[in-house]
Design a protein around this ligand. Structure first.
Ligand SMILES: Cc1cc2nc3c(=O)[nH]c(=O)nc-3n(C[C@H](O)[C@H](O)[C@H](O)COP(=O)(O)OP(=O)(O)OC[C@H]3O[C@@H](n4cnc5c(N)ncnc54)[C@H](O)[C@@H]3O)c2cc1C
Length: 263
């Protein structure tokens, strides 16, 4: 396994969809780019239901073909069970050129995107964690110290002209250096989720492959079918509602009732 170079024009920190997409864009434009990803893919990640606008990006980075061939569940739209109302949303009836999207297993999806970035010419290194950034005299990041996991402590430093921090929730720049990450009260929620096999939704008006979103007095639920037969069901609620074990044990009963799938 090769080690990261000692310098690059652009360093991307993190190889999730944001990092991999940025790497593909840059590499396709002939810009030197190194991407360092802490994990070795495929790795589990939450966040699986995509919107049709993503297809536009896949086209732009040339990844559409590989993603279409991957066998992900096509998502025609959504079905909403919100308060007293029930209605379906068909992406084909909205504005825009794309009439569907995908429900993706993120381990596979992220892996495909990252491999695609490498195929476009980005130098992708997995299992390499950025452990610190070096700032120049003006406070601008100019180099990163990295450690390769499980490799007898292989470590090094890479200098860069530009940094893209795509480290997701870790938010390396925001949390450790800029210290400007703010948590909006509205988004201080807690989600619980699980994967089910053999779940079916026979609700009239439901189009196979769609996401189902339902409201509850203290939160909401969403349910996503995958192409491999599994269904992902989740419930999100305010942080005050979830401090006890009872929340977890009771939640899936309520999900199964509200999200219209039979488990
Ligand atoms: C409960 C829940 C449900 C969600 N559902 C959906 C959904 O249905 N649809 C949707 O579109 N979005 C959903 N999201 C949001 C989605 O998960 C995120 O928007 C998405 O993962 C962000 O991608 P990213 O590339 O920015 O970050 P990530 O995918 O988190 O990637 C960041 C990467 O950086 C790496 N990294 C972190 N620190 C370092 C370091 N120091 N050195 C090297 N690498 C590092 C990590 O290993 C990781 O691979 C959901 C989120 C939650 C919490």
């Amino acid at each position: 396994m090769s080690l990261p170079a000692t310098s690059t024009r652009v360093l991307i920190l993190g190889g999730g969809p944001a990092g991999a997409t940025a790497a593909s864009f840059l590499a396709r434009d002939g810009i030197e780019v190194v991407l360092l990803e802490r994990e070795v893919f495929p790795r589990y990640h939450i966040g699986e239901s995509l919107l049709p606008s993503c297809l536009e990006i896949f086209d732009l980075i040339g990844a559409r073909e590989v993603l279409e061939a991957a066998g992900f569940q096509r998502k025609a739209g959504g079905y909403f069970d919100w308060g007293a109302e029930r209605w379906s949303l068909d992406f084909g009836e909205l504005r825009g050129r794309h009439t569907y999207s995908f429900q993706v297993e993120r381990a596979k999806f992220d892996h495909l995107l990252l491999d695609h970035a490498a195929a476009q010419g980005a130098a992708v290194h997995q299992g390499v964690e950025v452990v610190a950034l070096e700032l120049d005299g003006t406070g601008r990041p100019c180099a990163a110290r990295w450690v390769r996991r499980g490799d007898n402590g292989a470590a090094g430093t890479i200098a860069f002209d530009y940094l893209i921090d795509a480290s997701g929730r870790s938010g390396v720049m925001a949390t450790h250096y800029l210290r400007n990450r703010k948590y909006h009260r509205v988004f201080q929620n807690v989600a619980v989720w699980a994967y089910w096999e053999g779940a079916v939704c026979e609700e009239p008006g439901y189009r196979q492959g769609s996401i189902v979103v339902g409201s509850m007095p203290e939160g909401w639920t969403w349910t996503i079918p995958f192409s491999d037969g599994r269904t992902y069901a989740a419930r999100r609620t305010g942080d005050k509602c979830c401090s006890c074990h009872r929340f977890c044990s009771s939640s899936f009963f309520r999900i199964s009732r509200i999200s219209l799938f039979t488990y």
